[in-house]
Ligand binder design. Structure first.
Ligand SMILES: NC(=O)c1ccc[n+]([C@@H]2O[C@H](COP(=O)([O-])OP(=O)(O)OC[C@H]3O[C@@H](n4cnc5c(N)ncnc54)[C@H](OP(=O)(O)O)[C@@H]3O)[C@@H](O)[C@H]2O)c1
Length: 272
């Protein structure tokens, strides 16, 4: 396929790194986005055809930094694809979820992709192969105890993606929602990994998500791609019969609450 120029956020994270390797190995050119110049340079230098890639440092929690990032991208070579992959998660009871944590999750997981799509859309639409891939989560389709703020942010991202797909239905732009289930990256704390093991929830290698993203690059129609079985089935079931999924999750609630409750004296005071 044609070599594309792909803007990839969260490039130095677990899934981002696997995507960078897969995209570069397939002959695409990358604009790697992250917060550490050192980590970005090291990533770029290790990629196939390292001189075809560049990196830009940006903190996506800041609206001003996103505007600067997009101006920087506009000064460079033409772009074809935006992959909104950067994200943060947090596991714990709502009572212990601070304002700062809620805001950080909404900023990173929802507002940053929205702002990047808006700012980069004029550049993307110049390409014959224009595409956006928003990395969501199965928790963008199923509300899960202990992940209230994360679920809110990913449900928001899914709604934004659906609206964007429809707003650009008459333009040559593919908008994809790529929703992994649990993935083996640093995003998941030891508690989350232990809980998933006890609940029997499988976790994928980041390369599985990267492979799915690579396939989406060849898909000219907008799509929603949920990874993993039975998660994909439960997302559909939840959309049609949420009470059935609520009933199944209620049986797991005691286990989830055991892991979600604070374990340190210092974080045992509810946020007021
Ligand atoms: N891991 C899972 O189980 C899982 C499951 C479903 C969906 N996802 C989604 O997959 C995506 C990637 O997650 P991951 O598992 O690869 O997580 P990760 O290893 O923790 O990587 C997260 C990435 O987000 C970037 N990031 C965080 N805060 C940022 C900020 N303020 N500005 C710019 N970048 C920021 C980090 O950049 P730095 O390198 O600068 O720190 C890092 O590269 C996320 O959207 C996540 O919600 C993950």
């Amino acid at each position: 396929m044609t070599a594309l120029t792909i803007v990839l956020t969260g490039a130095c994270g677990g899934i981002g790194r696997a995507m960078a390797v897969a995209f570069a190995s397939a002959g695409h050119n990358l604009v790697l986005v992250g917060r550490s110049a050192e980590a970005l340079a090291e990533l770029r230098d290790g990629l196939a055809r390292s001189r075809s890639h560049r990196y830009v440092v940006a903190d996506l929690a800041s609206a001003a930094a996103i505007v600067e990032l997009c101006a920087d991208i506009a000064d460079g070579p033409a772009i074809d694809v935006l992959v909104n992959n950067a994200g943060v998660s947090s596991f714990g009871l709502l009572a212990y979820t601070s304002d700062a944590l809620m805001e950080q999750m909404l900023q990173l997981n929802m507002l940053a992709p929205m702002r990047l799509c808006r700012e980069l859309m004029p550049l993307l639409l110049r390409s014959q192969n224009a595409a956006v891939i928003n990395v969501g989560s199965s928790f963008g389709g199923i509300g899960f105890a202990g992940f209230t703020a994360y679920c809110a942010s990913k449900f928001g991202l899914r709604g934004f993606t659906e609206a964007l797909q429809r707003e650009f239905a008459n333009k040559p732009l593919a908008v994809h929602y790529l929703a992994p289930r649990a993935v083996k990256t640093a995003m998941n704390s030891d508690k989350v990994v232990a809980m998933n093991t006890e609940l029997g929830n499988a976790a994928d290698e980041p390369e599985v998500v990267a492979e799915a993203a690579l396939k989406l690059l060849t898909c000219r129609n907008s799509s929603n791609r949920y990874l993993g079985w039975p998660e994909r089935f439960f997302v559909r079931l939840n959309a049609l019969f949420p009470a059935v999924v609520s009933g199944a999750l209620k049986k797991q609630l005691a286990i989830i609450l055991r892991y979600a409750k604070p374990s340190l004296i210092s974080d045992s005071l509810p946020i007021k």
